[in-house]
Design a protein around this ligand. Structure first.
Ligand code: KIV
Ligand code: ZN
Length: 387
């Protein structure tokens, strides 16, 4: 099985979510949990942004020793020097440089032509390699860059000494077929591509970050980048939990696996949500409160007969104890009876059960979700009413 490397950028791109700002203590706590999750590379910050960022990164470097720590930098010597300062105590460090390559960014943001982009990036990579044995180069806005120029950029990065080359979908514009094709062509056309690791990094502006990441994996990338719960700039980044579970569930399709300890995913999701203040929507894939909850009677009946009728991932796989059968308007007798049995009401006659179920159905018209307390009251009333 091919290994896919995971670069977590919750503490850098994730912290770029509007309204999120983490203290140094919170960053260390999250980084330690990411280490427990088995993330290969943790991007701990963008140290040129503030002195506080450098301090947080240094604190993480003191305590997190089992993952490669990554520092983000523009293709400028002063940014690279800031990463040197922030990661000087790290067991294993990687410099992550970026420069935009698309015509829109070249013309309006950088005011550089193609030659200047190539020259600036190559100089930064060479300077970075003096101090770091691992240097990742990201061609920002790669998905909106001319394909032949992307090949030139990757070729330049390899020659200048990059060890990882990342082609991001910076603005979430790509579609899976087109995005996968870019990696296929790069792998086919750039000489020496086997010397480096190819990476991808997607944003979710059109809701396709996970699909685009999986398309890149199918077309040979070695690493994907993402965040826990998919937090990040604008609509966010690729949710790590979604890609990891897709690979784990569909091995026959992807033939690739991360080395994450998947059982730590739920705890990591909760921690990131608590510390960032960004709640996870109930219907969020894998880690949402409803991801393992079943309400319809037909589904509950199926689940009680055989879990795989309606669950493609078991809750234990991500560190949850059980699935939930939620009692509500769509629930049926089977789930109701099981629930009562769980609560100790096993020895009901057929009539008692029928009567309790009728009362339960009346209640569901008044209440969206029937809780254990409601069932206790309902059973108490039934007992008092019986002769
Ligand atoms: O979205 C992006 O392109 C990034 C960097 C990898 C440049 O966050
Ligand atoms: Zn990004």
């Amino acid at each position: 099985m091919r290994k896919i490397w995971v670069l977590d950028t919750t503490l850098r791109d994730g912290e770029q979510s509007p309204g999120v700002s983490l203290t140094s203590t919170e960053k260390v706590e999250i980084a330690l949990q990411l280490q427990k999750l088995g993330v290969d590379r943790i991007e701990t910050g963008f140290p040129a942004t503030s002195p506080g960022e450098i301090i947080s990164m240094q604190e993480i470097a003191k305590q997190v020793t089992q993952a490669t720590l990554v520092g983000f930098a523009r293709s400028k010597e002063q940014d690279i020097d800031a990463v040197r300062e922030a990661l000087q105590g790290a067991e294993d460090a990687c410099l992550h440089l970026f420069l935009a390559t698309s015509p829109i960014h070249r013309q309006h943001k950088l005011r550089m032509d193609k030659a200047k982009v190539l020259e600036t990036a190559a100089a930064a990579i060479r300077y970075g390699r003096k101090y770091f044995s691992k240097v990742e180069f990201s061609a920002e806005d790669a998905s909106r860059t001319e394909l032949d120029f992307i090949c030139e950029v990757v070729d330049m990065a390899i020659r200048a000494g990059a060890t990882v080359v990342n082609l991001p979908d910076t603005v979430g514009y790509a579609s899976p077929d087109q995005f996968g094709e870019m990696f296929r062509i790069v792998k086919q056309q750039v000489p020496g591509i086997e010397k480096i690791q190819l990476s991808t990094h997607c944003h979710d502006d059109l809701g396709m970050a996970t699909a685009n990441t999986l398309a890149a994996i199918r077309n040979g990338v070695d690493q994907f980048e993402g965040t826990i719960n998919g937090i990040g700039e604008r609509a966010g980044n690729t949710p790590i939990e979604e890609v990891a579970l897709a690979l784990d569930t569909r091995t026959e399709l992807y033939g690739a696996q991360t080395s994450l300890v998947l059982e730590e995913l739920y705890a990591t999701s909760r921690l990131v949500s608590k510390r960032t203040g960004m709640s996870v929507p109930g219907n969020k894939a894998i880690v949402g409160a409803n991801a393992f909850a079943h309400e319809s009677g037909i589904h509950q009946d199926g689940m009680l007969k055989e879990r795989t009728t309606y669950e493609i991932v078991s809750p234990e796989r991500i560190g949850l104890k059980t699935s939930k059968l939620v009692l509500g308007k769509h629930s049926g007798r089977h789930a109701f009876k099981e629930k009562l049995a769980d609560m100790g009401f096993e020895a009901l006659t057929e009539e008692q059960l029928q009567e309790a179920f009728r009362k339960f159905k009346d209640l569901t018209d008044k209440k969206k979700q029937v809780l254990d307390e409601d069932l206790l009251v309902l059973m108490d009333e039934s007992r008092n009413a019986s002769p």
